[in-house]
Design a binder for this molecule. Structure first.
Ligand code: NAP
Length: 245
């Protein structure tokens, strides 16, 4: 199926590794012109070269204003931004009683405000051309809280409210807004947990971790021409992990 993504201009945040990188790879494979960002300059530039992306931009999304500046740079490098995929590293971990107000603020900046900033910067161009795709990479934690991840659970659930608020505001202008909820997926972040894969797999109906490219494929579809009538949705790629309706 031709997804109609040839020459579409896409900015993927947090994409030198893991899920963001897989999303970038899927869009490059469909012929999109892609810019990626991450904090480590050498790694993001190397990733852009390896992927065949147009730009690898160094940016720390935990810095206020950084996401706005990033969208401006990407717009200059690509000639515009038709597709925006928000993503970043995991927020601070901990049970509620272990999490300080500073940790909440840190998580809020990188998970929430950077997302809002990037959308605010990219949206006017999408509305003007009456075509746009906004995808928020969140987590199954948005629907099924994970013990010990209070910041992630709280903030990611809120992001689903943001998706539901924004999607109807811009639907008539050809802009779709959706959340992607990855379940346990084999990336460096999961390897760092130090929990054997078989142990994690016991909690997943598919009895295995996801592959990053499985999330990438869903992102490419949601960015596609064919997905123009899919908006305001939270779509899990989780091997059946979320049990709720
Ligand atoms: N993997 C899973 O199973 C899973 C499941 C559910 C949700 N998630 C969530 O999905 C997101 C991505 O996870 P992942 O597994 O792909 O992580 P990852 O493998 O650690 O990759 C994270 C990417 O984001 C970049 N990044 C991190 N912090 C950043 C910042 N402040 N500003 C800009 N770029 C930043 C990293 O590069 P630099 O370090 O160079 O910045 C890297 O390219 C995380 O929020 C994670 O919590 C993951």
């Amino acid at each position: 199926m031709d997804l109609g993504l040839r020459d579409r201009r896409a900015l993927i945040l947090g994409a030198s590794a893991g899920l963001g990188r897989a999303v970038a790879a899927a869009l490059v494979a469909e012929g999109a012109r892609v810019a990626i960002c991450a904090r480590n300059k050498a790694r993001v530039e190397a990733a852009a070269r390896e992927l065949g992306a147009r730009a690898g931009l160094a940016c720390d999304l935990s810095v206020p204003g950084a996401a706005t500046a990033l969208v401006d740079t990407a717009r200059q490098r690509l000639g515009g931004v038709d597709i925006l995929v928000t993503n970043t590293g995991g927020p601070p971990k901990g049970r509620f009683t272990d999490v300080t107000v500073e940790m909440w603020q840190e998580g809020f900046q990188s998970l929430w405000l950077a997302t809002v900033e990037a959308i605010r910067a990219a949206l006017p161009g999408m509305r003007q051309q009456r075509w746009g795709r906004i995808l928020l990479v969140t987590s199954t934690a948005a629907k099924e809280p994970i013990p010990g991840l209070s910041v992630s659970n709280g903030l990611r659930a809120g992001l689903l409210g943001l998706v539901k608020s924004l999607a109807p505001e811009v639907a008539e202008e050809g802009v779709t807004v959706n959340a992607l909820l990855p379940g346990y997926t084999a990336t460096a972040l999961i390897a760092e947990l130090g929990i054997p894969e078989e142990e994690l797999a016991e909690h997943i109906p598919a009895r295995r971790l996801g592959r990053p490219e499985e999330l990438g494929a869903m992102a490419a579809f949601l960015a596609s021409e064919q997905a123009g009538y899919v908006t305001g949705q939270a779509i899990a790629v989780d091997g059946g992990f979320i049990r709720g309706l």
